[in-house]
Design a protein around this ligand. Structure first.
Ligand code: SF4
Ligand code: SF4
Length: 317
């Protein structure tokens, strides 16, 4: 369902588990403060799913050894810098390069304040260039504005993003996923039944809709992937701001979308607002005109969303 480095996740849900087996269905086990343990290999094996080995204070001297262990066990090695409001980017990049040189996948746990593209432009791309596979964004204790940092990090299109937050419902999970998170991570104190339930609910959601972390429309505050649902930019609306952020002119946007539609079932769409499904809205927005066009094109709602996902990927590539 989701790949992070060499780890294949069955569900986009991670959980912090201190050496216990993860609840059934959870896709990724986050094992914390592993530098204090001498049974790392057993911990990874007992987790029963791909694991993140999270280190708060690994010294560079021991990092190569931990990295080799992570690579051998196909675990993701995480540097936990989430207790800081700012990071030494040069040092973080050199530690990531050190981990990658041992062949391990890497994660960086970090607070939104330390990575906000507003205050730290270029940081996400520098980390990606250093080889970072996953940004584990720690949103615990943050107010609602932190999710806009999640969206702005997602808009940079760097490493995968996993959002660690207080998640108590399907709606909480969907809010983070629709702002650009690829996965969510649950606190250690999360009820195990809830962890299994949300994992299975998101797997089913992907099966039914074809895009478990589909964005909102741009005018509803969605991240740049939402451009897949935008109409031609012919009137004043938030699409223009989104295109500016992407560095694309309105003309280029129209050309790219038409190119991406060519030869696909999205090209057609007689009777819709703009004559082609490429300009049509998200499937969750009720519209009988689009639904008639989908039936005519022989597309199910799931197939439509899968095609829109490809359009988003094509636009942001
Ligand atoms: S182009 Fe359409 S969907 Fe996109 S932001 Fe404007 S009104 Fe919303
Ligand atoms: S036809 Fe319906 S789905 Fe398509 S752009 Fe118009 S309102 Fe949106």
């Amino acid at each position: 369902m989701l790949k992070i480095g060499y780890a294949s996740l069955k569900s986009p849900v991670a959980m912090i588990c201190h050496g216990n087996a993860c609840p059934p269905g959870v896709g990724l086990a986050v094992l914390e403060d592993v530098e204090e343990r001498d049974d790392i290999e057993a911990l990874v094996r007992d987790a029963g799913v791909p694991a993140v080995l999270s280190f708060r204070s690994a010294s560079p001297d021991r990092l190569p050894e931990f990295s080799r262990t992570a690579a051998r066990m196909h675990a993701i090695l995480e540097l936990d810098l989430s207790d800081r409001d700012s990071i030494d980017l040069t040092r973080a990049c050199s530690l990531i390069k050190l981990i990658k040189s041992a062949g391990a996948a890497t994660s960086l746990r970090i607070s939104p304040a330390a990575l906000s593209p507003k205050s730290n432009p270029g940081a996400v791309k520098s980390l990606e260039s250093a080889g970072l596979d996953l940004i584990h964004l720690d949103l615990r204790g943050c107010d609602g504005s932190a999710t806009s940092v999640l969206r702005s990090i997602s808009d940079v299109r760097g490493p995968r993003i996993m959002a660690l937050s207080e998640i108590k419902s399907f709606e909480d999970a969907k809010r983070l996923l629709s702002m650009g998170a690829d996965a969510i991570s649950l606190k250690e104190s999360t009820d195990e039944e809830f962890a299994s339930w949300i994992s299975s609910a998101l797997r089913k959601f992907e099966d039914i809709t074809g895009w478990y972390n589909a964005p909102k429309h741009i005018c509803a505050g969605g991240d740049l992937r939402g451009l897949a649902f935008c109409c031609p930019p012919v009137k004043p609306c938030p699409v223009h701001g989104a295109l500016k952020r992407l560095g694309m002119t309105p003309d280029e946007f129209v050309r790219r979308k038409l190119e991406l539609a060519r030869g696909t079932p999205l090209e057609k769409g007689d009777g819709t607002c703009f004559g082609s499904l490429i300009w049509c809205c998200k499937i969750t927005k009720p519209c009988y005109l689009r639904d008639v066009a989908l039936r005519r094109a022989g597309l199910t709602p799931k197939e439509y969303m899968i095609l829109k996902r490809r359009v988003a990927e094509g636009l942001l590539r």
